[in-house]
Design a protein around this ligand. Structure first.
Ligand code: PEP
Ligand code: MN
Length: 366
């Protein structure tokens, strides 16, 4: 059920309706829009008895939301959700594309600083890297833990980039929440419902990756779990699904982007690194992701990919990331987007790839 408030409804009236909803034993989620505020109601098992809600001051109408996901849906909020960050003009879901880049895993201080300096200079506004790694083998590198988070905090301090890093369980979430600007929930945890609920109580934006075999509805329901706990800052991330194809690690489903945008107001970014698993495919697919209307990209970059402790095969060499950014800068305006800078080196930084002319590099790759 959705309570649509009148355009001129006051904050006081919105609060009173929320309070009434709580008294009825449900939860009210005020979702301010450009025209009016809507209040989603969750926590009900069946039909809600509208009671006196529709007669309360400021209420325009009550609408039944028939879709299984409610707070995620455009029925509840028609305008795109834009997630901003203090002291920057970087956003998820605004006109500017969000570019997240960095290594798969934080391996050492030296490695992290080398990659961070490069991706920042090239124009990434967000720095990624796992301090906790969900690995298929228990014998593979599992991440540096809190030490890795401390190194990332230093990156933020030094370069001004915002930090995106994964929490793999409730325990790591406690720490990730302290250090990160965006909490990543990985593909393997997309249906870890207790973790989704816990991150729904966190006060930081959540980047939720699509599960390896998740349908669109399952993906949106996972986001609904986070929002139902009161965290409305959710960023979806398409990272490919398992198919019979063996020319790539996963099959990146770019058609998910317009499919999500039709149903949901949440921003959606694309991860071409896990989506293809192969370095040579990351830049072409990134171009396509921007062209299809994604709100951003998440790209793995390593200064020495051949020595990387995880996902070296899909990590770009730093110069390849320069080229990717140059291509993205060319394509973004075609679809009405910009690529805002951030950080000490980011804003207006000129990369070698930009200087040598993007047009020629696009045609040489195509
Ligand atoms: C990652 O981003 O490093 C990662 C582990 O991704 P995914 O959960 O999509 O496999
Ligand atoms: Mn990885």
């Amino acid at each position: 059920m959705l309570v649509v408030m009148k355009a001129q409804a006051t904050e006081e009236q919105v609060r009173a309706v929320c309070q009434k909803i709580e008294e009825m034993g449900y939860r009210g989620h005020p979702l301010p829009g450009a025209q009016r505020t809507a209040i989603g109601i969750t926590g009900n098992q069946g039909e809600i008895e509208p009671g006196t809600l529709d007669e309360m001051p400021g209420v325009q109408e009550l609408i039944r939301v028939s879709k299984p996901y409610k707070l995620v849906s455009r029925d509840v909020k028609s305008e795109n959700t834009v997630i901003g960050f203090p002291d920057t003009d970087a956003t998820f879901g605004g006109p500017g594309l969000a570019v997240i880049a960095g290594p798969c895993a934080i391996e050492s201080r030296e490695q992290t600083m080398a990659v961070a300096e490069h991706v920042c200079r090239a124009g990434a506004q967000f720095f990624r890297g796992g301090a906790y790694k969900p690995r298929t083998s228990p014998y593979s590198f599992q991440g540096l833990g809190e030490e890795g988070l401390r190194i990332m905090a230093e990156v933020r301090e030094r370069f001004g980039m915002k930090i995106v890093t994964e929490a793999i369980d409730n325990e790591s979430l406690e720490l990730v929440e302290k250090y990160a600007d965006v909490i990543q929930i990985g593909a393997r945890n997309m249906q870890n419902f207790s973790l989704l609920k816990r991150v729904g109580r966190a006060r930081k934006p959540v980047l939720l990756k699509r599960g390896m075999s998740a349908t669109l509805e399952e993906f949106l329901m996972a986001a609904e779990y986070v929002m139902s706990e009161g965290n409305y800052q959710v960023i979806l991330c398409e990272r490919g699904v398992r198919t019979f194809a063996d020319h790539t690690r996963n099959t990146l489903d770019l058609s998910l982007v317009p499919a999500v945008q039709r149903l949901s107001h949440l921003p959606i970014v694309v991860d071409p690194s896990h989506g293809t698993g192969k370095r040579d495919k990351v830049t072409p697919v990134s171009r396509a992701a921007v062209a299809v209307g994604a709100d951003g990209l998440m790209v793995e970059v390593h200064h020495e990919p051949d020595r990387a402790l995880s996902d070296g095969m899909q990590s770009l060499y730093p110069e390849q990331f320069d080229e990717l950014m140059a291509h993205v800068r060319q394509i973004a305006p075609v679809v009405g987007r910009t690529v805002p800078g951030i950080g000490r080196h980011g804003r207006g930084a000129e990369t070698p790839a930009v200087r040598q002319g993007v047009g020629s590099s696009i045609s040489s790759v195509a």
